[in-house]
Design a protein around this ligand. Sequence first.
Ligand code: SF4
Ligand code: SF4
Length: 132
Amino acid sequence: MRLTRDVVSGENRRKLRDISGEEVASCYQCGKCSAGCAMTGMMDLLPHQVIRLVQLGHIEEAAASRTIWLCASCLACSARCPRGVSLPNVMESLRVTLLRPGERHLDPAGLPAEVLENAPEQALVAGLRKYT
Ligand code: SF4
Ligand code: SF4
């Protein structure tokens, strides 16, 4: 996508700010969030790269990354951020923009009985909140 003023300050970015409550323009790309994230080995974009895409208005690219689904919402990054940006909130809002149109990433009815019996209740609730 070409970088234009309309893209950078477009409707999608405003919507994301409203949902997340985060002002991503505060991020100055120091990378401390990515340096402290335990999930980066599996991520296709590093957390600070997700923020950079959102800053530039490339919401679809950020939302298409595997990273937003791998984020464990552990808060390690936001605790380290010198600018007070909560990445988990941004990741959650990106997931919400995908899930709102009704796309499900997990079918609760399709969960095997073994998972329902053995998985910790907290993990089930968190998974259903995140993926449905
Ligand atoms: S730690 Fe904060 S300021 Fe630094 S790159 Fe991450 S979000 Fe941006
Ligand atoms: S909240 Fe997500 S992005 Fe931040 S450190 Fe934890 S797993 Fe990484």
